[in-house]
Write a protein of this length. Sequence first.
Lengths: 327, 367
Amino acid sequence: MAFLARRVAFYIVAAWVALTVNFFLPRAMPGNAIQAIMSKFPGLQPSTYKALQAMLGVGHPGSLWHQYVSYLGDVARFNFGTDVSQYPAKVSTLIGQTVPWTLTLVGTATIIAFVLGTALGIMAGWRHGGSFDRALPGLMFLQAIPYFFLALILLDLLALQVHVFPIGSGYGQGDVPGWNSAFIGSAIYHALLPAFTIVITSVAGWMLQMRNVMITTIGEDYVLAGQAKGLKDRRVILTYAARNALLPQLQGFGLALGFVVSGAIVMEIVFSYPGIGLLLVNAVTSNDYPLMQAIFLVITFAVLLANLIVDIVIVFVDPRARTREAT
Amino acid sequence: MAVVLPVTTVDAGALVEGRQRLGRWSRLPTKAKAGAILLGIFVLAAIIGPFVTPYDPSYQNPSLSLSLHGPYAAHLLGTTSSGQDVLSQLLVGIRLTMELAILVGAIATVLSVVVGVAAATFGGLWDEFLSLVSNVFLVIPALPLLVVLLGMLPQKGQAPTIIVLSILGWPWGAKVIRAQTLAIRNRDFVAAARETGESTWRILAFEIIPNQVSLIAANFVNTVLYAIATSVALAFIGLADLSSWSLGTMLYWAQSQQALTLGAWWWFAPPGLAVALIGTGLVLLNTGIDELVNPRLRDAANASRIAGRRLQPTDPTPVLADLSLQRTRVSAFLHSFSRSSLADGGGGNGAISRRSTTSRSSNGGQP
C-alpha cells in the first residue's frame, strides 16, 4: 500500500503541474480567445471586447491567486466554461459527448495491441535468430509509419477502392444513437478499421520491446536452471522468462500510453471519428482556446489514471512491491 | 514514440567496444548500415533537393488540365488540385522537415546530457528534483500539451515548433544518461582519473561523456524520430506555418483538399512514405547502435542451438551496474515516489541495469 500511496501522490503532483501549466499558458501568451474572435470579425467595436468577456466568462477578474483558486475549483467541478466556437454549448458537454467514443475505441485497440505484441514478442525473443527476426525490418517500417498515414492508406484501399469498410464517422448516417443492437452493431462496424489501424501500428513496438527484454532475460541463470531441471519449454518460457520480462514491458506500457493516445487522436481526424481527437482539431482550427485547454486536461488525467492502474497491476505482479510494503 | 523504460544502462565495457566499432563501417551491423544508407539518401535529398526542384512548389498552374493530374513525364509525381507540382513540394518539404528534426534532436540531446550528467554529478536534492521533473513530463502526454502550447502562440512557424519540441523532448534522454553516468562514475578508470587529481569538469568531459557516446547517439536518433513524428502530426492538424512546404503541411493540404476522396494517391502517398522511410531508417540505425552496445542482441546467426536454447558465443558476463546511491533523508523520501524506487529495494538492480537503448524507439516516438 505504501508504494501505491506514494505513486498516487506522484500522480497528484503531475496532475497539479498539468493544471498549473494550463492555467498560466493563456496568461503568458499574447492573444486569447476574445482577440481571436475580434480578429475574425474586424467589424466589431472595441467595446464589444468587455461584453464578450462577460458573456464567455473568460475575463480575468481579481488577483492572480484568486483566479488560480477559482480555476482549480472550476476544474474540480468539471466546469470548463462556455465554448467559444459553438457558443451556447458548455465545454464539458462537448467533451462528455466525445470521450466514450475515444475511450472505447482507443482503449480496446491499445489493450489488444499490447497483449498481442507481448505474446508475439515472447515468441520472437525465445526464437532469437529465427524467422521472426527476418521480419524485423518490416516491423520497423510499420512502427515508423505515422498512424494517420497508415489510416489514410487503409481508408483508401479498404473503403474507397474496395467497399469493405465505411469511409468514416462513428456510426451510419441513418442510425440514431441509443442502446439498441442496430446502433451498437453499426458503431462496432465503423470502429473496426480505426481499431485495426491502431493495433497494426502499435503492435510492432510492443513486440520489439518484449523481444529485446526476453532475449536479455533468457540469458539469466535461473532460466538455464529451469531448463536443466528438465522443465517443459512452455513452462520455462512462460513462468520463468516471460513473467520476469513482463515487468519492464508493463512499466513501458504506462509511459508509452501518452504516445499511443496522441497517435490515436490524430488518427481520428482521418476517419472523422466523433472522438476527442476530432474535437481537438476543430478547436485548433477555430482558435477555441477554452476547449483546447479542457481537452488537454481530460487527456492528461486519463493518461495519469491509466498509469495508476498500471502501477496497481505491477504491485500484483511484482513480489518486490509487496515485500517492500511489509518492511 | 515510445515505450519508455525507467533506467537504461549498458555494460560500460561493451560501450567502449561499441565506440570503437562505431568507427568501422565494415564491422557495423547490417541494420545500422541499411539505416545509415536510407537516411543518407534523405539527407542528400534535403541538401540538394531545393536546388533541383523542377517547379516552384507554390506555383499554381492555371491550366485546368493540370489540376490533379496523375504522374507523367512533365510532373513525375503528378499535381495537386491547384496545379502545383508534388515532386517540387516533396523535395522542399524533406529539407524543412529534416532541418527541424535534426535541430530539435541536437538541442534536446544537449539538454538531456546537461541535465542527466548534472543530476548524477551533483546528486542529492538536485538529482531528486531533476528526476521528479523528468518523470512528471514523461507521464504528461506530449501531443495535447504541444497543441495547447502551439495553438496559443500567435505565430506558428518553424522556430516556435523547434523550441517547443526541444523543451518537451529531453526528459527521457536525461533519465537514461543520468543512469549511465551513475554507472560509469563508479568504475575504476574514473577513480584513477580522480586519484591523479583531475578536476571534476575534466573527468566529465574526457572520461564520462566520451564513454557514453553511443548512448547519446541513440538518444539523438530517438529524439529526431520523435521530432519528425510529432512535427508531422502537428502540421497535419494545422498547427504549422501552412504557407511553407514540409512533409506535414503537404499531408495537411492533401487531407483538407480531399485528395483521398478524389483518388489522388500521388498527392498524399509521397510525403507519408517519405516520413515512414525516414522513420524506418532511424529505427534501423538505432537498433544497429543497440546491437553494437548490447552483444546479446547481435550475432544471432552465430548462436548454436543446445536443447532448443540459443547459446551465443558472445554472451557477456553480466556486469551489474552499481546504482546504489547515498541518499539524504529528504531525497530518499522524494525518490520513494518514483516507480524505479521499486527496483532498489530487493536488490533487483541487475534486471533493470542492462536494458537496451532502443526501448524508447519501440513505439518510434509516435505522437
